[in-house]
Design a binder for this molecule. Structure first.
Ligand SMILES: [Zn+2]
Length: 133
């Protein structure tokens, strides 16, 4: 039950008017992101619901998303995490150095209550791959 590219591109189904903003570069970034994400998915062993994958720039602006959001580049994904257990699982993986190994970065769970944000933007060699927004 891996996470599929279509799940990252749901916005194209609900808002097909943004399809011109979907580029080759974004497509490649999503492919790159899905490799470590699906390794995490396998370790987690339970279903994950994508609440936000790729966001076209103008759509992101319309919904009041963060400027320069990595979602607009196809480099970030949000999952539903109603009880915080997925965030807690990822914090444990980070302590074991697994997020660094996979090149994944987790937004600090204190800032994402109810959901989880993961991305592949390299922020340098740090002790922890949990970052503050
Ligand atoms: Zn996000």
């Amino acid at each position: 039950m891996s996470i599929k590219k279509e799940e990252m591109l749901k916005v194209l189904t609900t808002h097909p008017e943004y399809k011109d903003e979907y580029t080759e570069e974004i497509s490649k970034n999503i492919d790159k992101l899905l490799i470590p994400i699906n390794k995490i998915r396998e370790m987690w062993g339970k279903p994950l619901i994508v609440t936000s994958g790729w966001r076209p720039k103008s759509y992101n602006k319309a919904i009041g998303g963060a400027k320069n959001s990595l979602h607009c580049l196809g480099m970030a994904v949000d999952f539903a995490d109603p009880d915080g257990s997925f965030d807690a699982f990822l914090v444990e993986l980070d302590k074991q150095g697994k997020l660094k190994e996979l090149g994944l970065w987790l937004e600090n769970p204190d800032a994402t209550v109810g959901w989880t944000h993961l991305d592949i933007k390299h922020r340098g060699d740090r002790k922890s791959n949990v970052f503050k927004p």
